[in-house]
Ligand binder design. Structure first.
Ligand SMILES: C[S@@+](CC[C@H](N)C(=O)[O-])C[C@H]1O[C@@H](n2cnc3c(N)ncnc32)[C@H](O)[C@@H]1O
Length: 220
């Protein structure tokens, strides 16, 4: 199994194998029903998946990189572009971690939420993680450690359309460079996009307001 590989979106397998899950699975678990089955979009190597499984949730993980999915154990996996997903199945929890919602462009944001709306049960919950709003509005360079991985982020360019950045990851002797772009998603954008996709933003499940909680519009 290749740990030197990077996914089409630039995410390095070796980095995501080494970063701990932290408090994210607990945030997800606390926000959904205890017996909810979970659809995890962009699950990567299963960093969060394995803890959600340990909580007792059945998980279906979706990713478009087969070498990421090779590392997922104990969950059903689907290898495809998540924007095209239609499993004809609904879940008590639909989870989109890792700031996929911050990808630039409203059209992709609507498509992402439409996939969530298509797969959440009437009494289910959609959880979407965005960048911390205070940072993403006017992002700065920064660095920090997660487990043994040291990450430095440099903002290379900014325009009304968003931000262009480079993350450099260091793990022991190895380094990876990941170029990416993103835009700030404020509360109004999150609510408006949700409404266009048939979802309702019902609030934020953590103090930093990075995890949005949504439900289907048809639910009472
Ligand atoms: C930053 S990684 C995070 C993985 C995982 N959510 C985690 O927190 O460890 C983002 C993942 O999303 C996947 N991804 C990005 N765009 C995708 C797409 N359009 N369809 C399916 N997977 C995608 C990447 O392959 C990668 O594994």
């Amino acid at each position: 199994m290749s740990v030197t590989h990077t996914a089409p979106d630039g995410s390095p397998v070796g980095v995501y194998l080494a970063i701990p899950a932290g408090d994210e699975p607990a945030i997800i678990h606390d926000a959904i029903a205890g017996d909810a089955d979970v659809l995890e979009l962009g699950c990567g190597v299963g960093r969060l998946t394995r803890v959600l499984l340990a909580y007792g949730h059945e998980v279906v993980g979706v990713d478009n990189d087969p070498l990421m999915l090779q590392h997922v154990t104990g969950a059903e996996t689907v290898c495809m572009d998540l924007y095209q997903l239609d499993l004809e199945r609904r879940f008590g929890g639909v989870v989109v971690a890792s700031h996929l919602v911050n990808r630039r462009g409203e059209a992709d944001r609507i498509r992402l939420m439409e996939v969530c709306a298509r797969h959440v049960s009437d009494d289910g919950v959609v959880l979407i993680e965005r960048y911390p709003p205070a940072w993403a509005e006017e992002p700065d360079d920064g660095s920090g450690n997660a487990g043994l991985v040291h990450t430095s982020v440099t903002i290379r360019d900014r325009s009304p359309d968003g931000f262009w950045a480079t993350a450099e990851y260091r793990l022991g002797e190895r380094t990876w460079r990941h170029d990416f772009s993103f835009e700030h998603v404020d509360d109004t954008m999150m609510a408006d996009t949700a409404a266009q996709a048939g979802l309702v933003l019902t609030g934020w499940v953590n103090d930093t307001r990075t995890w949005a909680r949504l439900r289907p519009m048809t639910a009472s």
